[in-house]
Design a protein around this ligand. Sequence first.
Ligand code: NAG
Ligand code: NAG
Length: 267
Amino acid sequence: MLAPLVLLQIVALPWLARGDQRIINGNTVNIKDAPWHASIIVRSQLQCGGAIISKNYILTAAKCVDGYNAGDIQVRLGTSSCGTGGSKFGICEVKVHSQYSNWRFDNNLALLKTCEQLNATDEIKPIERANKLPADNSRANVTGCGSRSGHWIDLIWDRRLSRSSGIQEKCWRLPVQLHGTQVQILSQKQCAADWSGIQFYLLTGISDLTICTKSPDKGACSSDKGAPLVIDNKLVGILSRAGCAIKPDVYANLLGHTNWLNSNTKD
Ligand SMILES: *[C@@H]1O[C@H](CO)[C@@H](O)[C@H](O)[C@H]1NC(C)=O
Ligand SMILES: *[C@@H]1O[C@H](CO)[C@@H](O)[C@H](O)[C@H]1NC(C)=O
């Protein structure tokens, strides 16, 4: 663990030297403008974001829930606040993508089946998946409750093997309101190039199964994992690897997972 961290610090030093304390320029979001947004709670801690994709399934990142039992997980829906309000629902089944690996960016998906059926309201509503790949440079929206500091340490934190024990929430001052920001789709080639500096450490797996975004000083960060990437009210991706506005953000490309999603959400 030490060697990769040292390596990552060397890579991150130029940003540190610049003394950037970037705000990942988001705006607060009213849940009515993103009624699909879900907060994933693991053992009572807000862990990740996710998206409601049907009356009983929430899609999130595998990293958020892998290794936990359904009984450890709840979702909070229908609130513009990060830790309060809305309604909490129990999870009765967890389906982690069978090809998920902690060391890669791809296949980082999990489906959470709610115990109760969700009834659509203005604040709680499933989102349809996009049926075509967005063009490079097109705009997209992302919502989340993650860190807004954009500091290089977030990148390291993001790779931690141990899970959040609430320390991050205390030290990193996560927002109390749901945030959203507009980002831009980045070409696969450029994304792979931008991440290649630390490929010793990360088998990135950037491919048709992933989709990247980048915008100067904007983007997703640590606890935004699982965050929904949306274009024109259609779900395009689920955040796999946050770049914290330093590296591109990498999402699971849901079009590349159509078969897995269809076959696991039939019930
Ligand atoms: C949704 O509606 C059904 C039918 O009216 C009801 O049985 C169920 O409890 C409702 N679910 C929630 C979460 O309110
Ligand atoms: C992003 O969200 C804003 C505010 O809700 C909306 O006006 C805009 O159309 C969205 N952009 C995309 C690409 O979905």
